[in-house]
Design a protein around this ligand. Structure first.
Ligand SMILES: Nc1ncnc2c1ncn2[C@@H]1O[C@H](COP(=O)(O)OP(=O)(O)OP(=O)(O)O)[C@@H](O)[C@H]1O
Length: 377
C-alpha cells in the first residue's frame, strides 16, 4: 500500500449554523487503506463522512483526491460510494435492480448492467437471490445488497456509515470479516464510521479517534491501544480505571510518590509529555493482576495498590472484581476469584499503566487535588 497522498483533508472544519461540529481535521489516507473513524455519539463522525461524500460543504479547508481538489464537487463526481446503516434499499425493486440502480442512473447499457450485477452477486454470495425483494432477505443479505449497489459503480473510495450496526451480533462478526476481505481483494480505499471499538480494531489499518469534532489521535490499532496520547483516548480504548497520584519526573522515569495504598514506584515516561505533579493513572481491568495481599513482593515492575474486594462476578473466561483502593473503586480481572472483603494487591505492569497530567485548562473545581502522594477519589 503506497503511504498517504491519495485522499487528503487539510484544515477541514464544518458547522451547522453557529454550532462548530468539526475543526482542524487533517488526514492523509493511502490508496487501499481501510480507515476507521471512531468516536462517541455526536462527535462528528457522520458529518465528516457526509462532507467527504459531498453532501455537505466544509466551512473551511479542502478535500483532495489524487491531488485534485474535490472540495466543491457534487457527490456523483467524486468517485465515492456511500453505504448507510439503514441499507436504504428500494423496497419495490429486486436484489438485481437494487444492485444495478447506480449503473442505470449513469446510463450504462442494459447488457453491461446485467453483467456487472451478476458479477457483484457472485462476489457477495447473493447468487440465486436476484429476483427477491429486500423484505424477503435477512439483515446480512440486505447489507450485502447495499454493498453491491455501492461497489457496482466501481468507486475509488467506499464510505461506510455504521453499515453493520443493524445486524445481530453473530452476523456482524461474519459480515465484518467478509467486508474487510472484499475491500482488500478489490484494493479499494475505505472510510468506515463506527462507535464500536472492537469493530474498528479488527477491521482497520488505521483508527482515527474523534473527540468533540477534532482528531484526538490516529494510528494503527496497536498504537492507539497501547500508546494512547491522552486520558480521553485511554478511556475510550478501555482503560477506564482511574486513580489520581502524585509524582516527580526524573529523566526518563516518573517516580510515583508513596500513597495511602501504594509504595513508591518508578515507571518509564516513554514519549509522554509528563511533568512532575498530580497525574491521572489509567489502566484496563484485564491489565491488572490481582494477588493476595502477602504476594506483593513477588511481582515485577509497575505499581501495586493495596485494596479490598467489594464485589465479584463471572462474565465468562475470568472473574471480574470491583476493588476499593482508598476511596476509589476500580475493576480488576483474574483467573481466580477473591471473596468480597478479601484484602488484595492490584499490580499494574508499567507498560499497561498510562499516566497523564491533568489538562492545564481544566477548571480547578473539576480537578481533584490530593494531599501529596495520596490515592483518592
Ligand atoms: N443537520 C444538523 N443540524 C444541526 N446540528 C446537527 C445536524 N446534524 C448533526 N448535527 C449535530 O452535529 C454533531 C455531530 O453529529 P454527527 O451526526 O456527525 O455525529 P456522530 O459522531 O456521527 O454521532 P452518532 O454516532 O450518534 O451518529 C452533533 O452534535 C449533532 O447533534
Amino acid at each position: 500500500m503506497e503511504r498517504g497522498g491519495f485522499l487528503e483533508l487539510r484544515g477541514v472544519a464544518s458547522r451547522y449554523g453557529s454550532t462548530q461540529v468539526l475543526a482542524d481535521i487533517d488526514l492523509s489516507i493511502s490508496k487501499g487503506e481501510f480507515v476507521a473513524l471512531l468516536g462517541a455519539s455526536g462527535c462528528g463522525k457522520t458529518t465528516l463522512l457526509r462532507l467527504l461524500a459531498g453532501f455537505i460543504g466544509p466551512s473551511a479547508g479542502e478535500v483532495k483526491v489524487r491531488h485534485r481538489d474535490v472540495t466543491h464537487l457534487p457527490p456523483d463526481k467524486r468517485g465515492m460510494a456511500l453505504v448507510f446503516q439503514s441499507y436504504a434499499l428500494w423496497p419495490h425493486m429486486t436484489v438485481a435492480q437494487n444492485i444495478g440502480y447506480g449503473l442505470k442512473l449513469k446510463g450504462v447499457p442494459r447488457t453491461e448492467i446485467a453483467t456487472r450485477v451478476a458479477a457483484m452477486q457472485s462476489l457477495l454470495g447473493l447468487d440465486g437471490l436476484e429476483a427477491r425483494k429486500p423484505s424477503a432477505l435477512s439483515g446480512g443479505q440486505r447489507q450485502r445488497v447495499a454493498l453491491g449497489r455501492a461497489l457496482a459503480v466501481d468507486p475509488e473510495i467506499l464510505l461506510l456509515d455504521e453499515p453493520l450496526s443493524n445486524l445481530d451480533a453473530r452476523i456482524r462478526l461474519t459480515v465484518r470479516h467478509e467486508l474487510r476481505a472484499l475491500q482488500k481483494r478489490l484494493g479499494i480505499t475505505a472510510i468506515h464510521v463506527t462507535h464500536d471499538r472492537e469493530e474498528a480494531m479488527v477491521m482497520a489499518d488505521r483508527i482515527v479517534i474523534l473527540n468533540a469534532g477534532k482528531i484526538a489521535q490516529q494510528g494503527t490499532p496497536e498504537e492507539v491501544y497501547n500508546c494512547p496520547a491522552s486520558a480521553f483516548v485511554a478511556a475510550f480504548m478501555g482503560a477506564e480505571n482511574v486513580i489520581h497520584l502524585d509524582g516527580v519526573r526524573v529523566g526518563g522515569q516518573f517516580v510515583i510518590a508513596e500513597g495511602a495504598a501504594n509504595a513508591v514506584a518508578g515507571v518509564p515516561v516513554l514519549d509522554r509529555p509528563l511533568t512532575s505533579g498530580p497525574v491521572e493513572a489509567r489502566f484496563r481491568p484485564e491489565a491488572a493482576r490481582l494477588l493476595a495481599e502477602g504476594e506483593i513482593a513477588t511481582v515485577g515492575s509497575g505499581i501495586t495498590f493495596r485494596g479490598e474486594v467489594a464485589a465479584v462476578s463471572y462474565p465468562g473466561g475470568h472473574w471480574r472484581h470491583v476493588v476499593r483502593i482508598g476511596q476509589t473503586e476500580i475493576m480488576a480481572d483474574g483467573t481466580q476469584a477473591f471473596e468480597p472483603g478479601a484484602r488484595v494487591a492490584v499490580h499494574v505492569p508499567a507498560e499497561a499503566l498510562f499516566l497523564f497530567n491533568a489538562p492545564a485548562n481544566e477548571p480547578a473545581s473539576t480537578v481533584s487535588r490530593a494531599p501529596s502522594g495520596k490515592v483518592y477519589a
